[in-house]
Design a binder for this molecule. Structure first.
Ligand SMILES: [Zn+2]
Length: 362
């Protein structure tokens, strides 16, 4: 990240603008958007599929062989989806996804969702360390915290011992760097969860090409024997500063017909607050050439909320590629985030940076 103060603002502005234009141009040249939704608080609910049909898009079974009694979320409710539902997901598949893939995604993203104050089904998730000595809770009283700018903003309360090595306090810059533990998760499960979201929102002509993906995400285990496609990469982007945490965007992108050699066939992008998750769907038929050549290239889909002005004020977007090819549980992993805080309150063995503002990328 380049702190805005260190560079000439005019030059920085044109650099940020140029980076943004380049990304948008690249996607315009290579991909068509085949499915997109921008979900807002109090927005209208959208139901995918045909309620009268009662055939599950994943397992292919129909009522009464399978039941459709639960209202299935096309994108998990843990990331705040209260808008997008699916009539074509049976109760068995729904239960399978919750257990087998959404749980991994939930655990992998939890530190970011807590710090980004992204509300799920049960409110903003708290972060608790394994040794119970360190926890972060969001103050969920909107009457106290609403700023009126980006919907509800919530303060974070951070409880830990003053000597806890999981934080580094810098009183000069009023920042605190926190090292957060992730709960154990399976990388392949995280990746499959994004694939599941993509399949849910696919137009029928694309869904027909993805029988192999449906079969793969319905497996009761995570192995490469069932589908030996590698690597499973998630491109993760982070933009610092306050961005909407009560909205959600996704895009499903399909390669333009005349770009068959240049890029992978389909990409799915999920934008949540400060975070963008981007994957290429495993398509061994459409991407055979690229897979054989071992060349994967893509640009980064920009966080559409992080305007040039926003990045000038809060810092530029950064990214990281995660290899999610692992099939075993990852334990003891950490991620770190740096915050600005407004006020430091000393208590008995507690450091509580009250009203921590926005996390910075690390
Ligand atoms: Zn099903």
């Amino acid at each position: 990240m380049t702190p805005p103060a260190e560079t000439d603002p005019t030059q920085l502005r044109s650099e940020i603008q140029r980076a943004l234009d380049l990304r948008l141009d690249w996607f315009k040249q290579h991909y068509d958007i085949v499915s997109h939704h921008a979900m807002r608080p109090n927005g209208e609910r959208v139901y995918l599929g045909d309620k009268a049909k009662r055939v599950c898009r994943y397992c292919g079974l129909a009522a009464p062989q399978v039941k459709f009694e639960n209202l299935a979320h096309a994108i998990p409710d843990q990331v705040g989806n209260d808008w997008l539902f699916d009539h074509e997901e049976c109760d068995d598949c729904n239960e399978h996804f919750a257990k087998q893939v959404e749980d991994d995604f939930a655990k992998w993203t939890l530190p970011w969702r807590t710090m980004g104050r992204i509300k799920g089904k049960r409110g903003i998730p708290s972060h608790k360390s394994n040794d119970k000595q360190f926890r972060i809770d969001a103050n969920q009283n909107p009457a106290e915290d609403a700023t009126g700018t980006n919907g509800e903003r919530h303060h974070l309360k951070i409880h830990m011992g003053v000597n806890d090595s999981r934080h580094e306090l810098d009183e000069a810059t009023k920042t605190v760097k926190l090292t957060l533990e992730r709960q154990p998760y399976v990388p392949m499960g995280v990746f499959k969860c994004l694939v599941k979201m993509a399949v849910a929102v696919m137009p029928p002509e694309e869904e027909r090409r993805c029988a192999h993906l449906k079969k793969w995400i319905l497996r009761p285990d995570h192995t490469f024997e069932s589908y030996p496609y590698k690597p499973l990469g998630i491109i993760y982007q982070f933009v610092p500063g306050p961005l909407p945490n009560d909205q959600m965007n996704y895009w499903l992108l399909r390669r333009k017909p005349d770009r068959a050699d240049d890029c992978l066939y389909m990409q799915f992008v999920l934008q949540l607050s400060n975070h963008v998750f981007q994957i290429a769907l495993p398509m061994h038929v459409e991407d055979r050439k690229q897979l054989e050549a071992g060349t994967f290239q893509t640009d980064l889909w920009p966080n559409t909320w992080a305007s040039v002005d926003h990045q000038l004020q809060y810092g530029r977007s950064g990214h990281k590629q995660f290899d999610m090819s692992g099939t075993e549980k990852v334990r003891g992993e950490t991620t770190s985030m740096t915050f600005h805080y407004d006020q430091l309150i000393d208590g008995p063995d507690i450091v509580a940076p009250a009203a921590g503002t926005e996390p910075q990328a690390n």
